[in-house]
Design a protein around this ligand. Structure first.
Ligand SMILES: C=C(O[C@@H]1C=C(C(=O)O)C=C[C@H]1O)C(=O)O
Length: 357
């Protein structure tokens, strides 16, 4: 078949797609009206997952699950904006991995508020300047993002969803030879994640490694200083017009970062694959066995713990700790309810949301 014939057929299918998408939007608008009259929440991650799972089962074409997710997350984001335009804040600057995580759920059409610190993202959601906020919580090679974990305890926001992103770093510079590079900008964590590249390629060279707040700030600096380079994401290198010299320079190709979407007073309906995050501020932690007994309460009820991070209780002279605890299941599950009731105000529920694996 000739190229023109193929393109004519693609045009005809696009016409159909456009018609079908508009028809879908008519229905979405009606759902939005119903939600508004009952003051219900617009964003329903469990419904979106249900749709994606159903489509994956039905699918017998070339599209992978990843491709179906990418296309439909954009459709959902456009739909939600039609129901009610939503402003989303994220830890910037533009081009950061958090930006990428935010766009993967809220699409290209949402209004974004780019903020300089994790604290300002929490604050923007608390004060209603943004409906949702996106922050990193952990990297699977480096561990937790302490600032996020501490604000989860201090502030009163709910976790709406988690997003997992594979992290790739690029080495970008306006200089076409490594010899002319005097400084490399990046985030401290990124320097550590690209240790092998740095020691292999830059061994013995007189180059200063300068940590900055974010990898996109690094790209911005490299755009301004021709004798410098940045270790950054490919989107930020492109955003600031810095040529990419080496791609995928991270030590581990398993490198993934987990982000949280936060909102005020958000409750997800139970799905068949949920995760729950709580803060545990256990009483009498100087008594032997308190933490053991707490963990045993989960084990006895068959609740699968996925994470426990301990953080210091500040402002006292003791070495007491509180814990960020995550487990599989929803807060409405009977065994989870039992544990929540047993410990009462010593536990703070942050959210039950769809687990991403
Ligand atoms: C239309 C709805 O609202 C939102 C948009 C969805 C969609 O486009 O299918 C699905 C879930 C919600 O996040 C709904 O709740 O059904």
């Amino acid at each position: 078949m000739e190229l023109q014939d193929l393109r004519n057929r693609i045009d005809a299918l696009d016409d159909q797609l456009l018609g079908i998408l508009n028809e879908r939007m008519e229905l979405v608008k009606k759902v939005g009206d119903l939600k508004r009259s009952s003051q219900s929440i617009i964003y329903r991650p469990e419904r979106e997952k249900q749709i994606l799972d159903r489509l994956e089962k039905r699918n017998d074409g070339l599209l992978t699950r990843q491709a179906i997710d990418a296309i439909f997350f954009e459709i959902f984001a456009v739909s939600r904006n039609l129901e009610l335009p939503e402003r989303v804040s994220y830890l910037g600057p533009e081009g950061s991995f958090t930006h990428q995580a935010a766009e993967s759920r809220f699409g290209g059409m949402s209004e974004y508020l780019v903020l300089p610190t994790i604290h300002s993202v929490f604050e923007s959601v608390e004060t209603g300047r943004a409906k949702f906020g996106v922050v990193p919580i952990e990297n699977n090679q480096e561990g937790i993002v302490i600032e996020t974990v501490d604000f989860l305890r201090e502030k009163n926001l709910s976790i709406v969803a988690e997003v997992l992103l594979q992290v790739h770093f690029t080495f970008a510079s306006q200089s076409d030879s490594l010899k002319n590079i005097r400084r490399i900008y990046s985030k401290d964590i990124a320097f550590r994640q690209c240790g092998k590249f740095i020691s292999e390629y830059l061994e013995g060279m007189d180059i200063e490694l300068i940590p900055v707040e974010s990898t996109s700030k690094a790209a911005k600096m490299a755009a301004q200083e021709p004798d410098s380079a940045a270790i950054c994401s490919s989107i930020s290198a492109r955003l600031f017009g810095v040529p990419i010299l080496y791609d995928n320079i991270e030590d581990s190709d398993q490198n993934r970062t987990r982000f949280l979407i936060l909102a005020k007073d958000f409750v997800n309906i139970k799905s068949d694959d949920d995760k729950t995050t709580i803060i545990a501020n256990l009483p009498n932690t100087n008594r032997p066995g308190v933490l053991y007994e707490f963990l045993k309460d989960f084990n006895d009820r068959g609740i699968n713990l996925t994470k426990i991070e301990s953080r210091p209780v500040r402002g006292t002279s003791t070495f007491r700790a509180w814990f960020l605890v995550e487990f599989l299941g929803h807060v409405d599950d009977a065994p989870v309810q039992e544990v929540m009731h047993k410990y009462g105000s010593h536990l703070k529920w942050l959210g039950s949301y769809i687990r991403v694996s």
